[in-house]
Write a protein that binds this ligand. Structure first.
Ligand code: PRP
Length: 211
C-alpha cells in the first residue's frame, strides 16, 4: 500500500501531534522527534512525515505532495489555501493579538502595524474601519514598536513572556488559535478510507484528552 504522507511543522507542534497520534494507537518510534531528518518514514504504519516550516505545511498539502498535514489556524487564516480542514486537534493553543508600548495611542495618520500576518492584520483593521500601513516582518516582531518601526504589532501570544520581557502590552485579542488536521481534496478522495480512519482515531484521542 502507498505511504500516507503527512506534512508537519518541525519542533513543538510535531512533538505534540506525534504524542496525539501515539495516544490514538499509532506505533511511532520514540526517538523520532530528536532527529534532524526532514523525511521520517514509519513503515510499520505506512506513514511518512515531511517536516517543514509552519507556514509551508499548507503549501505541501495544497500541491498534493503531502496527503494531509497539521497546520496552525493562524497559518490557515493567513493563506486561505485550497485544503480541507478535517479536525481541530486542540494542541498548541495560542492566540493572535495586537500589542504595543503601554499607554500609547496609535498614530492618527497611517499608523504602522508590524506583523508576519499581513492578510489577518489588514482584515482586522479594515473591519474596525481604521486605515493602517502594514509592515511585513519575518520574526522577532516585538522589536518593531520598541525601536520605533511600528505603533502596534499583530502577533501570536502563547505564554505572554515575550511581550512582558520586552515591556509591551496587549491591546486587542483577534482570534484563538489551535492546530488543525488538513487534507488535500484529491488525496482525500483517493485515500478516503485511511484518512477517515486516521481522523476518527485522532478525534477520539482529542476527546479523551479533553476529559
Ligand atoms: C512566537 C510569536 C511571539 C512568541 C510568543 O514567536 O511570534 O514572538 O512566539 O510566545 P510567548 O507568548 O510564549 O512569549 P516564535 O517563537 O515563533 O519566533 P519568531 O520571532 O520567529 O516569530
Amino acid at each position: 500500500m502507498d505511504f500516507l504522507t503527512i506534512a508537519m511543522p518541525k519542533g513543538r507542534i510535531f512533538e505534540e501531534a506525534a504524542e496525539l497520534m501515539k495516544s490514538a494507537g499509532f506505533q511511532l518510534p520514540e526517538e523520532m522527534e530528536d532527529s534532524r531528518k526532514l523525511i521520517v518514514e514509519v513503515p510499520e504504519e505506512n506513514i511518512r512525515f515531511i517536516l517543514s516550516k509552519p507556514m509551508d505545511v499548507p503549501v505541501y498539502v495544497e500541491h498534493g505532495v503531502a496527503d494531509i498535514g497539521v497546520a496552525g489556524k493562524d497559518v490557515l487564516l493567513e493563506q486561505n489555501r485550497s485544503v480541507m480542514e478535517l479536525l481541530d486537534l486542540e494542541i498548541s493553543y495560542c492566540y493572535l493579538a495586537t500589542a504595543g508600548l503601554p499607554n500609547t495611542q496609535m498614530n492618527d495618520v497611517a499608523p504602522r502595524i508590524a506583523t508576519k500576518y499581513p492578510v489577518i492584520a489588514t482584515s482586522f483593521y479594515k473591519e474596525k474601519g481604521e486605515q493602517v500601513e502594514i509592515i511585513g516582518l519575518n520574526g522577532s516582531i516585538e522589536l518593531a514598536p520598541m525601536i520605533g518601526l511600528a505603533d502596534r504589532i499583530v502577533d501570536i501570544v502563547s505564554t505572554g513572556r515575550t511581550l512582558k520581557e520586552n515591556g509591551l502590552v496587549e491591546y486587542e485579542k483577534i482570534a484563538d488559535i489551535t492546530s488543525r488536521l488538513i487534507a488535500n481534496p484529491v488525496a482525500y478522495r483517493l485515500k478516503q478510507q485511511r484518512i477517515l480512519d486516521l481522523t476518527k482515531r485522532l478525534r477520539q484521542a482529542v476527546e479523551e484528552a479533553d476529559v
